[in-house]
Design a protein around this ligand. Sequence first.
Ligand code: AMP
Length: 305
Amino acid sequence: MSILVVGSVAFDAIQTPFGKVDRCLGGSATYFSVAASFFTEVDLVAVVGDDFTDDDLSIFRGRNVNLDGLQRVAGAKTFFWSGEYGFDLNVAKTRDTQLNVFADFKPELSEKHRNPDVLFLANIQPDLQLDVLKQCRRPRLVALDTMNLWIATAKESLTRILREVDLVVINEAEVRQYTEEANLIKGARQILALGPKTLVVKRGEYGVMMITADAVFAAPAYPLEAVFDPTGAGDTFAGGFLGYLASRAEVTDRDLRRAIIFGSVLASFTVEKFSLDRLREITLNDVYDRYQEFRALTHFDDHEQ
Ligand code: AMP
């Protein structure tokens, strides 16, 4: 089954306590599609400027990522984001956002793209997310990510799109910011009351919590000793999570739980290096090996043997 993702393909400048890079490949849709492509075919819908070279595209080569929906606008620059992290790597501080090509981005889906099995509305302006959803025949699963910027500047638009999706992938701090509720579970219930059936709350180094009307499932993050750059962890998680789900014939509760672990495994690779450098190196075997380690990490017996 295929996934359509719409989101940013970007150049990022990043500073962490461990290093600094002035320009590297980034973007919500970039991380998402590379991660999802380990499990399924991905159609990428995004826009770049003519400063985006064939070399920058090399990340997608040899993967199941279809680039027909990637527009290149002449005479314009690619979206640019600059972020900084202190020792608390769970909190990104945005230093600069230059929309560039994104300022006039109005995604027009081709006929082929209007019929995805799974649609992921990666982090972009919520009106654009709604516009893309309206162009699709109802996908089997529609999921959305967002960020603090849109909660602060476009909350009504965000609420409109939240009412239309099946699944939301969101940071812990964003749940609190959106709902103005200190308790995470109560905040999650408020978002579920809008319509989504599943909420996946990303909690940085503390892992992920999945909340539905009648169940809560929690998974730790893979315990890495060297987290280098957390940029893209959320999008990589979403890619692994939805990529795995898209590869399944139907989505059962067991599939959802496994998908959480595959998402966490892929995100744990992303944070080991800057940009997509680590994702570039790994194979599906590396993913399965770490998945098995994750099983050992979380396994316990509920009675004496
Ligand atoms: P995350 O997975 O949350 O760390 O997302 C990181 C990626 O989000 C970076 O590579 C940025 O290029 C991208 N990004 C940051 N701000 C925005 C924005 N306002 N719209 C779209 N993408 C963004």
